[in-house]
Design a protein around this ligand. Structure first.
Ligand SMILES: [Zn+2]
Length: 481
């Protein structure tokens, strides 16, 4: 009889500074049965190796706010309901994120793996693939036999990582061993923009990982830069290694690697150009090559921000003369207002602060012209508005505008504008390719690049860059012998 591998995952990055709360409905990718088998990388490798795949649920959502406990429970209960309870599972493969924060309980990844471990018992190997921005917990490393992380930011190796994690699981089953996973924790946090992997220190660190994997008994090694916009005890960077047999050499190597990262912490910098918002706009206005892109980095929808802040719009209204596209601004009431209007109609509208009522800037615009309205059935989903030199893509729901292709769905093109303002931090590879110039604006908000602007209450202290860390024991903290 074929051995059975259970496959399931919840994949969402949380931002606990965002006023949003995530629900099950935010998981727009919700795969079960054959769909999960067909679409999740790594599953084919498991089948090819002669194992039977038991599909659970794979739920994936755009980065957002903390997941509501009741909503998390719905997904977890569904996953556990599909996990055979008769002791027939031989291995577990989990494509997770690692920075899923759940209301009241903290790491949703760690709890899910613990619940699965409780059901399958202590002799069944569990392998997890995680995002580079995972905030790893000690529990997660103890409950998993194998943890493998993405090595690219922007993430272009998600499938590759999952395949590698699946292969490690197959190896554990074939060699009939239960690998260990250990982590080395670093008291340092940084925005993802400071850890890109095409160049700079992020690239250097990732290139060093294969060397760690040559150490005795080490199967795989990963570095997780962490997700800094989650206020949680497990925030910070982690070096994670998995292997079998004596771990002495592996731990020595992981600590040494951690020390190297710590010693070079000042070198983790955004590789592009970043500056204050007004300054960034002025520079692009005064003679850049176009289309130029400006990212409103603290309202970064791809890192869980609300996307409803009119902060940049306010500056643009006051100072800009160029042809500008704001793509986009989340404002459901403003989109709703356009419902019964026709292209060419002019009216008054207030934009901004529809979600984050406390912190997002609101702007009142007179004589705005409607260019286009978009519907899904009866539901109005987006509107294009024009005010003098400014074109605004207003969205009813949060959704990242990440490429020319996405713009085209709204009958817009980046090539028709001088400056395109996006709610991102670093630019998506698609926009980066067409951008003649790109500046990241250091705006205030839920994804502020300057972590000192955020009020952390739960992170372990001292933590860099907020405080100086002088305790050598904290610098590469390990839990293993
Ligand atoms: Zn990530």
């Amino acid at each position: 009889m074929k051995k059975k591998i259970f496959v399931a995952g919840i994949h969402q990055e949380s931002n606990s500074f965002s006023p949003l709360m995530s629900t099950k409905e935010d998981f727009t990718i919700y795969l079960k049965g054959d769909k999960l088998i067909r679409q999740i990388a790594g599953v084919k490798e498991i089948q090819k190796a002669g194992y039977e795949v038991i599909p659970g649920i794979y739920a994936d959502a755009c980065p957002g706010g903390v997941l509501k406990l009741e909503e998390y429970k719905k997904i977890v209960e569904e996953i556990l309901g599909l996990l055979p309870a008769d002791g027939s599972v031989d291995g577990v493969f989990l494509p997770l994120h690692g920075a899923l924060e759940v209301e009241f309980i903290g790491s949703g990844d760690a709890l899910l793996v613990s619940l699965i471990r409780e059901r399958v018992g202590g002799t069944v190997p569990i392998s997890a693939a995680l995002d580079l921005h995972a905030n790893n917990t000690y529990t997660l490393s103890k409950m998993c036999n194998i943890i493998y992380g993405y090595r690219t930011a922007p993430h272009i190796d998600i499938n590759e990582t999952r395949i590698r994690a699946a292969r490690m699981l197959i190896r554990a089953l074939e060699e009939e061993v239960m690998p260990w996973t250990e982590l080395v924790r670093l008291p340092m946090m940084m925005p993802g923009e400071n850890f890109m992997t095409e160049s700079g220190m992020g690239a250097e660190i990732m290139k060093m990982l294969p060397d760690l994997e040559t150490l005795e008994n080490v199967w795989c090694a990963s570095y997780f830069a962490g997700m800094p916009w989650v206020d949680c005890a497990q925030g910070g960077g982690t070096v994670v290694i998995s292997g079998s047999g004596d771990k002495t050499k592996g731990m020595e190597g992981a600590r040494k690697f951690g020390n190297y990262i710590w010693d070079n912490r000042e070198k983790f910098k955004f590789q592009g150009v970043s500056m204050e918002p007004e300054e960034a706009l002025m520079l692009l206005e005064q003679g850049a090559e176009y289309p130029a892109f400006l990212s409103d980095s603290a309202d970064n929808v791809t890192a869980g921000a609300a996307g409803d802040n009119a902060y940049m719009l306010k500056i643009i209204l006051e100072k800009s003369k160029k042809k500008i596209l704001i793509a986009g601004l989340v404002d459901a009431p403003a989109v709703e207002l356009c419902k019964d209007k026709k292209a060419g109609d002019t009216f008054q509208v207030t934009l901004g602060g529809s979600i984050d009522k406390e912190k997002s800037v609101r702007v009142r615009l007179n004589k705005v012209q409607l260019v286009n309205v978009f519907y899904e059935g009866e539901k109005v989903t987006a509107a294009i508005l024009k005010k003098d030199n400014i074109t605004l893509l207003i969205l009813a729901e949060r959704g990242p505008i990440t490429s020319e292709k996405v713009l085209n769905t709204y009958r817009l093109s980046a090539f028709d504008f001088d400056i395109i303002v996006v709610k991102q931090g670093y630019l998506t590879p698609d926009f980066y390719r067409i951008a003649k110039r790109f500046i990241m604006a250091l705006t205030p908000g839920n994804c502020a690049q300057n972590l000192n602007l955020l009020e952390y209450k739960r992170i372990r202290r001292p933590m860099g860059p907020m405080e100086q860390v002088t305790d050598s024991k904290r610098i590469t903290e390990t839990y293993a012998g």
